[in-house]
Each structure stands twice: as C-alpha cells, then as structure tokens.
Design a protein around this ligand. Structure first.
Ligand code: DGJ
Length: 377
C-alpha cells in the first residue's frame, strides 16, 4: 500500500471510529433501552442526577431482573455529557448482616444524592422498606460519602416528624385531628372517610411514632436549604419537610400538601420564583395521569393545575400524554440551565429492564410548565 493510500485508510478508519463513538453518544432514544459503556441497559431507576466538578452522576435503584427486593443496593453511573454513561458500581451496598435496616432483601427506592457545600459530603436519602415487611415500614433513610461514587455509609432510617404538628396547623385544627380515629374506618373512599383524612386522621394516627415516608425527592433551594418531599399518610398526603444544615436530619418544620389527594413520585422545580411540584397518582407500577401543583412559597399555599404533559409519543412507544407517556417521574434535573423531567417506564416483570424517559420542561407564556414528547436527547 502506498503511503498516501495508507494515510487515506487511516483517516477513514478514524472517521468511522469517531462516528461510531458519536452514534453511541447519541443513543438515548426515549422508549428504548439505554446502554452504558459496557453495552448493558442502565440499571438505575427512581433516582436522580447530581452535577459535581464537571461530571454528571446518575444514582438509582439497582433492580434484580426478577422480583422487587434490593439485592445489591443503590447504583451510580458517571458521564461528562449526559449521554455516554459509565457504570461506577454500587454506591450504597445492602448489608449482609441479619436484621440490619438495609439487610439484603430490603427495598431501597427513589434514592436522591445531594452535595452539602458546608460539610463537603455527599448525602443520600432514600425510601426504605425493611426486609420481609412489604411496604409497611415506610421509612426514609440517610447515608453519606466523601466521594460522589461512594462508598456511602448508611447512617439510619426513620419515620418523619414524630411528635410534631405541621407548622401552620392551629390549635383548633390540631384538636380536630386529635378527635379522629383511623381504626374505626374500615371503608375507605367514602365522603365521610375523606373528611376525616383532610382533618389529619393519619397524621394523628402516626403522630407519636412518626409519619410514613414512601416515594420521595430532595429539593435544594436557591439559599442552599434542603427539603424532603414525600408521599405520606398511606400515600394520601404529601409532606414537605425542612432538613438540617448538614442534610442528615429534619428540623421539625413541615407542612402537608394536598391532604387526601393520593399523590406519589414527587418531582420539584423552581422557575422564576415559583415552585412546581409534578407528581403521579397511585397505581403501583402502572402509569397514570400526572398531577401538578404550584406555590410562591415552599410552605404553600399550593394550587393544583392540570397535568403538564401534552401531545403524543412518537415511535413505537405510543402511550398518551394522559398516562405520562407510560412513565412515572423521579426527578427534575438541570442541564445548562434548562430543566428536564426524568422518569421511569416501569417493567414490573423485569424491573431492571424498566426504561428511562427524559423530557425537556418548557414554560408557556404564563410561566406554566409544558412537557412534550421528544424522541431523542
Ligand atoms: C409506585 C412507586 O412510585 C414506586 O416507587 C414503587 O414503590 C411502586 N409503586 C411499588 O408498587
């Protein structure tokens, strides 16, 4: 081969390699499997994205192919461009110790990792269910690490706001809640039952031991304060609770959002001074219509809006907007100053194969979020 021919084939070869790397980097097609750099579908569900020191970290539930208990822990992937993801392994591993809160076989869901500028630590909060107890424990758990990829050290798990009233619940309302008795209500969903829920029947039932906490997110406000937002009271009422400065505990200040509204999968974004909370209804792994709330102050009052999802999904994934395009939200991340809705298209028979759906959030002329399907990111 002549030198010039050799050079030409070398250049062609480089171009092919470059374009295949490009193709790989562009392969995040909504509604399809998303591969990591090892060629495996990204097994990180119900999680969040953290940008730290020029790198994006994606935390999520590492799910087994069969069943729904946690066998490994919370996984973490890293990326420079949000497209090419490297598996960094398990950030918080289950414990092999019998009776440990995060004993292998527990359920760890919806992990959220945030960076605390004061302590310079990475803090993980997640929904924890104790081994063998289904979804009845309903706890939030805390873990901490010096590095974004872990290993995270488990700190503790707890119910939330034990012995505390929502900060704006006056004496009269507290008395009304104290007059309820959850054990009396065998039939749910009657108008009488709903009235009792709105009075704070489950708040009172769990007052001493602490409120339930299942689907959850963490939101960091502009002033650096962190809030835990969770589906509580039998998934009927959302709680917004302030975290301490180190993000490792609750200050005791909290409020209820949409009592009796049955919202889960909370995701929060702040736009031009307004807080937007996008949630799902409660239908297990099956998709449903998203719900949306806004407030000028994180402590409310919150106003409900119609679902922000509009239009149709394209490609083979033809779930309608009124089913959140087949997905359930997990987090709203920011990329280059723009918010994106991050969601899971659950596959309840093979949870590890659940798909990812990331969609840009636009704002209409009134500043209201609108979410449309896009094929690729
Ligand atoms: C819906 C929740 O959003 C998920 O995180 C998970 O807890 C499933 N329910 C379990 O059915």
């Amino acid at each position: 081969m002549k030198k010039s021919q050799w050079m030409a084939s070398f250049v062609l070869c480089c171009m092919a390699l470059f374009s295949s790397a490009q193709t790989q980097a562009q392969e995040l097609v909504n509604g399809q499997l998303w591969m990591d750099t090892d060629g495996k579908h990204i097994n990180a569900h119900g999680g969040n994205i953290l940008q730290y020191d020029g790198t994006y970290y994606w935390y999520g539930e590492n799910r087994p192919d069969r069943g729904f208990t946690t066998e490994e822990g919370v996984g973490v992937y890293s990326s420079a461009d949000m497209k090419t993801w490297k598996n960094e392994g398990i950030a918080l591993a289950v414990s092999q110790e019998r009776g440990h809160d995060i004993e292998r076989g527990c359920i760890m869901e919806r992990p959220k990792v945030v960076y605390n500028k004061k302590t310079k630590k990475f803090v993980m909060l997640f929904h924890l269910e104790l081994k063998g107890r289904g979804y009845e424990a309903a706890r939030v758990a805390f873990a901490q690490s010096d590095s974004p990829t872990g290993p995270f050290r488990f700190i503790r798990s707890t119910r939330v706001n034990a012995g505390k009233w929502p900060f704006d619940m006056n004496k009269q309302a507290q008395k009304a809640a104290q007059g309820t008795d959850a054990s009396k209500w065998k039939d749910w969903w009657t108008p009488e039952w709903r009235k009792e829920v709105e009075k704070g029947m489950y708040l009172w039932r769990d007052f001493e031991g602490g409120q339930m906490s299942r689907d959850m997110t963490v939101f960091i406000d502009d002033d650096g304060k962190a809030y835990h937002i969770t589906s509580s009271q039998e998934n009927l009422t959302l709680l917004v609770s302030e975290l301490t400065d180190d993000f490792l505990d609750f200050t005791g200040k909290f409020n209820m959002v949409a009592p009796g509204g049955q919202n889960e999968a909370p995701c929060m974004v702040k736009h031009n001074g307004t807080y937007w909370l996008i949630c799902s209804g409660c239908t297990g792994w099956a998709p449903n219509e998203a719900r949306m709330f806004s407030a000028k102050n994180i402590w409310g009052p919150w106003k409900q809006w119609p679902s922000p999802f509009v239009g149709k999904a394209t490609g083979y994934h033809d779930m309608p907007a009124n089913k959140t395009f087949g997905a359930q939200g997990t987090f709203i991340y920011q990329k280059e100053g723009k918010p994106f809705f991050m969601a899971d298209i659950w596959n309840d028979r093979h949870l590890s194969q659940s798909l990812h759906l990331w969609l840009p959030i636009e704002f209409d002329g009134n500043g209201t979020p609108v979410i449309k399907w896009v094929d690729k990111l």
